[in-house]
Design a protein around this ligand. Structure first.
Ligand code: ATP
Length: 135
């Protein structure tokens, strides 16, 4: 079994999509190993998005991710990383995410793309350590 870190970002929480995200995770056959509504500190945001430091959207991204509560989850199952990225859809909700995915169905702008899912098993373990040190 593999683990992945999933976030429902502040836009997804604000749009009332927490249930929808969890529902799609469960219907796919993945399971929840941890689930928490929480606010995001600047330092967790910086560490989470360290790979984007220096990019033109980095400051906006940090401001956005710390702008309101997020739901953080550890999602578990065979090929959990790829399976959740399939559910989420591509990064850009219009150009890249297909209809039927969370971003394709509910997103409009790349910054406000509703969810995060780890991009590899290694990133997942790093991110789980950051968001859920007790796990
Ligand atoms: P995530 O890591 O959130 O799952 P991702 O792996 O699909 O997203 P990344 O390329 O890692 O995408 O970008 C991280 C996040 O930064 C994106 O989800 C998006 O919110 C934001 N982002 C990426 N590109 C842009 C951009 N050009 N303008 C504004 N925000 C962006």
């Amino acid at each position: 079994n593999e683990r992945t870190l999933v976030l429902v970002k502040p836009d997804g929480v604000g749009k009332g999509l927490v249930g929808e995200v969890i529902s799609r995770i469960e219907k796919k056959g993945l399971s929840l190993a941890a689930l928490e509504l929480r606010s995001v500190s600047r330092s967790v945001a910086e560490e989470h998005y360290a790979e984007h430091q220096g990019k033109p959207f980095y400051e906006d991204l940090l401001e956005f991710i710390t702008s309101g509560p997020v739901v953080a989850a550890i999602v578990e199952g065979p090929r959990a990383v790829a399976a959740f990225r399939q559910i989420a859809g591509g990064t850009d909700p219009v150009d890249k995410a297909a209809p039927g995915t969370l971003r394709g169905d509910y997103g409009l702008e790349v910054q406000y793309n509703l969810v995060h899912g780890s991009d590899s098993a290694e990133s997942a373990e790093r991110e789980i350590k950051l968001w859920f040190p007790e796990h």
